[in-house]
Design a protein around this ligand. Structure first.
Ligand SMILES: Cc1cc2nc3c(=O)[nH]c(=O)nc-3n(C[C@H](O)[C@H](O)[C@H](O)COP(=O)(O)O)c2cc1C
Length: 168
């Protein structure tokens, strides 16, 4: 039995403390890779079939509409079976206060009965927002442990914190 890291992360133009920057690797992906390094866990990246715009402002609009319409965007690939894992790490950026809609598409397909869930979020000030409440619905039947919240601009400074959290 082993660990699995299911995450969503977007590279491209993003906002860091009032400044737009182009990043090659998404913030959440950096944390997901630390977790994999520390736990030996498998990584599964949730990717929408229709890619989000590179332009930050355009992406903001697309994501807001998806959330308002409660959409379940199609994914490039789906994970169907998590029965061989014990602990599932679930990572995402805070998008408009909660998980990006592709995470809803993926998580609703999985059976979390008997699993331990550890969630992590990267954000620009809102922390988990309402995502912890949403995760309780999305991963009902799982035991949800204390989550980890990291400001997007700090992901390269928190490796030790992430290690300690995986060991909790
Ligand atoms: C569409 C969109 C919506 C966002 N909404 C929020 C928000 O409501 N609150 C917040 O603190 N940060 C928000 N952010 C900032 C991201 O959560 C933050 O930059 C995060 O670290 C991005 O992670 P990623 O690089 O893994 O995609 C938003 C970013 C995008 C692109």
């Amino acid at each position: 039995m082993s660990d699995l890291i299911i995450y969503f992360s977007r590279n491209g133009e993003n906002y860091f403390g009032g400044e737009l920057k182009n990043i090659k690797k998404g913030n959440t992906e950096v944390i997901a890779e630390y977790i994999s390094e520390f736990t030996g866990g498998d990584l599964f990246k949730v990717e929408a079939l229709s890619e989000y715009p590179d332009d930050y402002m355009e992406c903001i609009d697309v994501a807001k509409k998806e959330q308002q319409n409660d959409e379940r965007p199609e994914l490039k690939q789906y994970l169907d079976d998590i029965s061989s894992y014990d602990t599932i790490y679930i990572g995402f950026p805070n998008w408009w206060g909660t998980l990006p809609m592709p995470m809803w598409t993926q998580l609703e397909k999985l059976d979390f009965t008997g699993k331990t869930v550890k969630a992590f979020v990267t954000h620009e000030g809102s922390g988990f927002g309402s995502s912890e409440r949403d995760l309780k619905k999305l991963c009902s039947c799982a035991e949800i442990k204390k989550g980890l919240s990291v400001p997007g601009g700090n992901v390269y400074d928190v490796k030790d914190t992430v290690k300690a959290w995986t060991e909790e």
